[in-house]
Write a protein that binds this ligand. Sequence first.
Ligand SMILES: NC(=O)CC[C@H](N)C(=O)O
Length: 368
Amino acid sequence: MIRTYDRKLIIEDGSQYYGYGFSADTDKVFELVFHTGVIGYQEIFSDPSYTYQGVVMTYPLIGNYGMAADDYETFHPTIGAMIVREYEDHPSNFRAEATLSEMMKKFDVPGISGIDTRKLTRSIRDFGSRKALITSVNTPLEKGLEILKETTIPGNMAEIVSCKESWEYETEEPKYHIVAVDFGIKHSILKAWKKRGCHVTIVPWNTSAEEIRKLQPDGVFLSNGPGDPAAVQPAIEMIQQLRGSVPMFGICLGHQLISLSYGAKTYKMKFGHHGGNHPVKNIATGKVEITSQNHSYAVDESSLKGTDLTITHMNLLDKTVEGVACEKDSIYSVQYHPESAPGPQDSGYLFDRFIQMMKEGKAHAKKN
Ligand SMILES: NC(=O)CC[C@H](N)C(=O)O
């Protein structure tokens, strides 16, 4: 059967890519990024950090193993769009309970297939992330460009995806109590804490230092999340007030917020890091970890000079900052994703280190 193009992708520079809709028929504006993972489309689809991002999957076949109930990163996905070469609507996997298309429809996420994703990825590498729109094939280019011009993508997206009220991720006979500040937290991070015997209280993105103190945590975790870290000002202030009094650990957006709170700066990268194969050097040990990554902003290395933070990890592809720490404040963070969903599991030790810090903190408190 010959199928005719029914949807298209319009980029703000005026280029157009024609394809086939495989999910919701809604028109949406987002920022283009590409992801180089071979697997993991379910985790990507449901990772809140992809809010307002249209993800071009460089692996050419997407949908083939369906969607498994246990693998969602959130139950309310907010990703901008998915752009693929070939979409497979007949998954073969004993764990599959739905198709990608069904779930995208449910959450009103547009998807387009039949796209020359190699060409599109090269254009993102050459010209950077840009705004784009998925729309009907009948939308005139001028109209699409007008929509793109008129639509602004918000900076603070934590306020969109964060929980509105605190909730508990329970663990039987917990050894430690973590307060996790939710800027768009992934479930696999909560699972990583549970596996290590932690009870987690998840609190909204703008919870104050005082409110967090009242919960008497053994440690405070700062989550991943979408958007521009510099736009999440209340969280930066909260970290400034809290650090030094309780161990703190941040991942991705959490790492950027920690850096900002010490006076460093963040900047937007040309096309970011999105994939599961980024080599990162642990500066203390000299060891290289293969890491899972998803970020469009980074901490400016030169801006860390003169702050209390030291660089602990470095990306070997482009030498960007991948981790910082301040020993006296018992605080550390990484730009990449040690929860490794999807991705290699080289960096799980970062969760164990926090357990150790909380243990030492408890022993210290007992002594005094
Ligand atoms: N995964 C994340 O936490 C992403 C952090 C931030 N929104 C960035 O794009 O850099």
